[in-house]
Write a protein that binds this ligand. Structure first.
Ligand code: ZN
Ligand code: ZN
Length: 264
């Protein structure tokens, strides 16, 4: 494992290189990430299949860690057995967070009350295990903030992944011990909110991510995303904040390592 990080080493805090979109060329994608300076990343699992594949990947690669959880879109599918299994695999030495979890009101596969129950139970599990949580929010900001407050999620903290809400919501998350992770949309022309948030978040609470294969940054919008492109996110945020790329890279990498408890 790399102990001396290269200048400008990046940490992509949210990838799905476990997704089937990478089945044909996963190793090449990881190689391209390394070449772009992305020395570390988290692979996020969100159901049985993607968690199993995430653990296979982290077992074979230094600098790649896993997060395990159940996605709100599929909340209706989660069984008691699944939750017990997540608790079990969370004991893997390279699992650094629980998630992604949260609420997604864009798709109507899982009713809101089922999503909320599955979300609350995963927060409870994270508190028992002492792991930070990764939050997925789509069109559900108010309910997510209320549940995080009610469940005292500040005890474990975590990440608001691919943050797309306004600055006022960001402040409430920061007050609850959460980091704000910015993804590809910050590079889009018509994205004033991510740009404003990326500028204002305290430097020690800022993270970067791709959420690949989704949300490719400009000029690759609409194409399959991959971890190497987190560099474009970092460049855009550095420019918005008037910092050098190296300063931004170092701060966000340190933040990720601190949050995930990576000391090696
Ligand atoms: Zn998500
Ligand atoms: Zn995701």
């Amino acid at each position: 494992m790399a102990t001396n990080k290269r200048n400008g080493a990046l940490f992509d805090t949210h990838t799905h290189i476990n997704a089937e979109q990478f089945d044909e060329d996963r190793e090449a994608v990881i190689e391209r990430a390394r070449e772009a300076g992305v020395e570390e990343m988290v692979v996020v699992g969100f159901d049985r299949g993607t968690i199993e594949r995430a653990l296979e990947i982290v077992d074979r690669h230094d600098g790649i860690y896993a997060a395990v959880g159940w996605h709100p879109v599929d909340a209706v599918d989660m069984t008691e057995e699944d939750l017990r299994w997540i608790e079990e695999v969370a004991g893997h030495p390279k699992v650094v967070a629980l998630g992604e979890m949260g609420l997604d009101y864009h798709w109507d596969k899982s009713p809101a009350d089922v999503q909320k129950d599955v979300f609350r139970r995963q927060i409870d599990l994270a508190k028992r295990l002492g792991l930070p949580i990764i939050i997925h929010n789509r069109e559900a900001t108010e309910d997510i903030l209320r549940i995080l407050e009610e469940e005292r999620a500040s005890e474990v903290g975590g990440i608001m992944h691919c943050f797309s809400a306004d600055w006022e919501a960001a402040e409430r998350c920061l007050a609850m011990n959460f980091y704000i992770s910015i993804g590809g949309p910050v590079t889009f022309k018509n994205a004033p909110l991510p740009k404003e948030v990326a500028k204002k978040v305290p430097l020690d609470k800022l993270l970067i991510e791709t959420d690949c294969p989704y949300l490719s940054p400009h000029p690759f919008r609409g194409k399959r995303n991959e971890p190497a492109r987190v560099k474009l996110v970092a460049e855009q945020i550095a420019e918005l904040r008037g910092m050098t790329f190296e300063e931004l890279a170092e701060a966000t990498t340190q933040n990720a390592r601190r949050l995930f408890g990576i000391r090696s």
